[in-house]
Design a protein around this ligand. Structure first.
Ligand SMILES: [Zn+2]
Length: 334
């Protein structure tokens, strides 16, 4: 098995791209965050991701594949399975010539209320995201994170101020809706978040105590908005408020300043350093390629005895597995 990495990953001989960031004829979309979901001619995705993708990018020819339903696609056996990142987010297992390759997309190991629990499959080759691949990024237990969030909301409301919670509109925001709504807090929710929450509802995830945002109806409510509205009139015009940002980068020393927030809370949809390492141990691959992370994580994996390297755009394809020299015209798609 060989792969090509050039603004996306392509399994040689399958014509299937994985999370390509340029338009392709046929591309697996792991989830609908904008850095992974670009406009393609045809996509392969879970039903949930297909719906989010459609919301964000419009109608597209789609091959839907449910989790854990192996299928032959373009000359390889392909299976999608949950990554635990956001609702419908998927990893992909590609089996070809007796080699098992897993591409994780974004993932996390810890459970949450709005995404499927992650599965980990043994594989020969692992291509993994490694965003928080430094020992500095070990998140506290989820219980503590939720306590910090609810503590922030309670304290702010008790001071007759408006708690403003900043959370990415797909995934993080719905998790915040579910956590706070289930605990009886009333939320005033920005329309961009509600629009995507309607897809969650379609797939059986219900929200309590969540209402459409009206500027005159904030009393006693938590305002939930995407972070890009931090410096908007919508937020600036609220006379008495305290702002919290939900992000894994909350562990950075200067995070409050970075996000213009009174509080930063490390609720993340990504694996932390410990989870990344656990994943690798469970998948026990012979070869690892990392994406979206620090080079130090590669050194960490090597110190643990793994054959690891960072996936970089290269002029020639990566050869995965010793016996797998390919006869394919390597750049026939470019
Ligand atoms: Zn993502």
């Amino acid at each position: 098995m060989e792969i090509e990495y050039d603004g996306g990953i392509r399994i040689q001989g399958t014509d299937l791209w994985l999370d390509a960031n340029r338009k392709k004829d046929f591309c697996f979309v792991s989830h609908a965050h904008i850095d992974h979901a670009k406009r393609h001619k045809k996509i392969l995705a879970t039903p949930q991701t297909a719906k989010f993708y459609q919301h964000r990018l419009g109608e597209t020819e789609t091959r839907i594949l449910e989790f854990n339903q192996p299928k032959r696609i373009k000359g390889a056996k392909v299976e999608l399975f949950p990554s635990g990142h956001i609702l419908g987010a998927s990893q992909i297992l590609v089996e070809k010539g007796g080699v098992r390759m897993v591409y994780t997309g974004d993932f996390k190991l810890r459970g949450c209320l709005t995404a499927e629990r992650i599965q980990i499959k043994k594989c020969d080759i692992l291509i993994m995201e490694s965003t928080f691949g430094l020992p500095d990024y070990v998140f506290p237990p989820r219980k503590e994170i939720i306590k910090k969030l609810t503590g922030f909301v309670k304290k702010t409301l008790s001071q007759n101020q408006t708690p403003v919670v900043l959370a990415y509109s797909l995934g993080k925001a719905q998790e915040a809706m579910k956590i706070l709504g289930n605990l009886g807090f009333k939320l005033s929710v920005h329309s961009s978040i509600l629009k995507l929450a309607s897809v969650y509802q379609r797939f059986g995830i219900k929200f309590k105590n969540c209402y459409r945002y009206y500027s005159r109806d904030l009393k006693g409510k938590v305002l939930l908005t995407p972070p890009w509205l931090r410096n908007s009139k919508m937020i600036n015009n609220i006379p008495k408020k305290r702002i919290a940002m939900l992000t894994g980068w909350a562990l950075d020393p200067g995070a409050k300043g970075t996000y213009g927030a009174d509080e930063v809370i490390p609720l993340s949809d990504h694996a932390d350093f410990w989870e990344l390492t656990q994943y690798v141990k469970k998948a026990s691959p012979q070869k690892i390629y990392t994406l979206h992370g620090f080079t130090e994580f590669v050194s960490h994996l090597r110190a643990l005895g793994y054959d690891a390297e960072r996936l970089e755009p290269k002029a020639k394809p990566y050869k995965l597995g010793k016996e797998l020299l390919s006869n394919y015209d390597l750049f026939s798609n470019l």
